[in-house]
Design a protein around this ligand. Structure first.
Ligand SMILES: CC(C)(COP(=O)(O)OP(=O)(O)OC[C@H]1O[C@@H](n2cnc3c(N)ncnc32)[C@H](O)[C@@H]1OP(=O)(O)O)[C@@H](O)C(=O)NCCC(=O)NCCS
Length: 165
């Protein structure tokens, strides 16, 4: 039997099922994963607002969210929003993407992003973008990660201003 080359980590590609979030239990479960994502990434957002905003998105047909499952357990989640621009027509954006730590490096995020791209394509998007934070780039190598998934950096910077409620 051939021996594995030393120093090479064999990545076992996993085959998760990807299901759009459509019932209350799965939305609640996904909101918990998104809360873990926000905590891990240092984003603001408590459980209640994450859950309320996820439900708000899902009530609008221009948005989508799906989860990855293995052996009946939810192990990843992705959300997509779409916007209209003169430049792009309809543009999709991967808003959130999270895989639980114990399931990483097995192709789960790739499967979720491919499902997101397919949904965007079916919903008239001309392109799909994603915002990578400076911290995500420096500490987690997200630029390289999205590069592996076929995204290219645009060099544009995103500026935001909060509005008073
Ligand atoms: C980033 C994250 C979603 C990747 O999930 P994953 O399931 O481990 O990713 P995959 O196994 O599908 O990896 C897909 C490809 O990217 C590569 N990759 C994965 N994580 C990477 C990283 N941090 N840096 C560079 N490349 C990475 C993989 O090697 C694989 O490459 P290949 O298929 O060409 O060999 C996961 O680490 C995570 O949830 N992190 C915390 C949340 C986060 O940062 N989300 C992104 C917000 S924009």
């Amino acid at each position: 039997m051939p021996l594995a080359a030393p120093n090479k980590v064999r990545v076992q590609m996993r085959k998760p099922s990807i299901c759009a979030l459509c019932d209350d239990a799965s939305i609640g479960n996904a909101a918990e994963l998104l809360h873990s994502f926000f905590q891990e990434s240092g984003f603001p957002g408590d459980r209640a607002s994450i859950s309320a905003n996820l439900r708000f998105m899902l009530a609008d047909p221009n948005h989508w969210a799906a989860a990855a499952y293995e052996s009946g357990k939810m192990i990843g989640v992705a959300t997509v929003t779409t916007m209209l621009y003169v430049e792009w027509g309809r543009l999709g954006e991967v808003g959130d993407l999270y895989v639980v730590p114990e399931a990483r490096k097995g192709g789960i995020a790739r499967a979720l992003v491919e499902a997101a791209l397919a949904w965007c394509s079916d919903h008239g998007c001309s392109a799909v973008s994603v915002v990578v934070t400076e911290r995500g780039e420096k500490e987690d190598g997200l630029g390289m990660f999205y590069d592996r998934l076929g995204f290219a950096a645009t060099g544009r910077r995103l500026y935001s201003r909060l509005l008073k409620k």
